[in-house]
Design a protein around this ligand. Structure first.
Ligand SMILES: Nc1ncnc2c1ncn2[C@@H]1O[C@H](COP(=O)(O)OP(=O)(O)O)[C@@H](O)[C@H]1O
Ligand SMILES: [Mg+2]
Length: 260
């Protein structure tokens, strides 16, 4: 049973009007792995995460999450399934009118009946786990650096102790040093909390440092889903083109050097 899928996208077809984004797409996510989703802009990476979160419904196909077929679930079951997932949206998506602490408290207030004191305690704990400094929790998002916003968003995403964490471009827009520390944080959280993580990213350093497998989206489906070492040797022209550019090569070399 250990290898049973935690999430299974089955034969997904997604359309927006005339545009077909996914066609007969399949992807399986294993428990406790860090799976990255890569692919060109507009290939439907974010949309896949949104489908898993019930924010978007594919035209065809099914998604199994935690052994349940999500589109056959009752609204009460959907609520339960959603509580088992934490999401960090692209660019953080914190509420700008709320402080960081209020942002982290938000899902706890909405979805639990814990008392206020406990909610704040849990929120502070999660801030700490995301390496967000305690003395900055009363700041507003506009007062924070890009790296701090990602940490705050991560803290909010783990507020409800999810089993599955969804991250949309967690290092986008960060300088290499800040990006690196987010990668380390993601790895540490995965281990500390025994999480399964699905992460959309463009960051080739992240792919090398922080993933078990990488699903490559192209031609409206998952062209390959393999560890980075295998994926970069893949002969599909879209995959070759993606990893063949100088920046991707540099990331591969620096990864080889760190290992040596
Ligand atoms: N709600 C929507 N309505 C219409 N088109 C959408 C919607 N969401 C996404 N799309 C389109 O679907 C495609 C995939 O979007 P997205 O999943 O955001 O791509 P990615 O995250 O891979 O860059 C894009 O062409 C986008 O314009
Ligand atoms: Mg996206």
């Amino acid at each position: 049973m250990a290898d049973e899928a935690i999430v299974d996208f089955q034969n997904i077809t997604t359309r927006f009007g005339q545009q077909i984004v996914h066609q007969h797409l399949n992807l399986t996510v294993k428990p406790r792995e860090i799976l990255a989703i890569v692919g060109g802009s507009g290939t439907g990476k974010t949309t896949l995460l949104r489908e898993l979160l019930f924010l978007n419904r594919p035209a065809e196909g099914n998604i199994i999450a935690f052994g349940e077929s999500i589109y056959q679930a009752t609204s009460q079951q959907v609520m339960k399934l959603r509580r088992r997932m934490g999401m960090m949206f692209q660019s953080g998506a914190l509420f700008s009118s709320l402080t960081v602490l209020e942002n982290i408290c938000f899902p706890l207030r909405e979805l639990t009946s814990l008392d206020e004191k406990l909610i704040v305690e849990i929120a502070m704990l999660k801030a700490g786990m995301a390496s967000f400094p305690a003395d900055a929790v009363h700041k507003y998002p506009a007062e924070l650096s890009g790296g701090m916003i990602k940490r705050a968003a991560l803290a909010r995403a783990i507020a409800l102790d999810p089993e599955l964490l969804l991250l949309d471009e967690p290092t986008a827009g960060l300088d290499p040093e800040a990006a690196n520390s987010i990668d380390e944080l993601v790895l540490a959280l995965q281990q500390a909390l025994d999480l399964t993580i699905i992460m959309v990213t463009h960051d080739v350093d992240t792919l090398w440092q922080a993933t078990d497998r990488v699903a490559f989206l192209g031609d409206k489906k998952v062209l390959a889903c393999e560890p980075m070492t295998a994926l970069v040797r893949h002969s599909h022209p879209l995959i070759e083109a993606y990893f063949g550019n100088p920046r991707a090569r540099a990331a591969e070399h620096s990864h080889e050097e760190t290992k040596a």
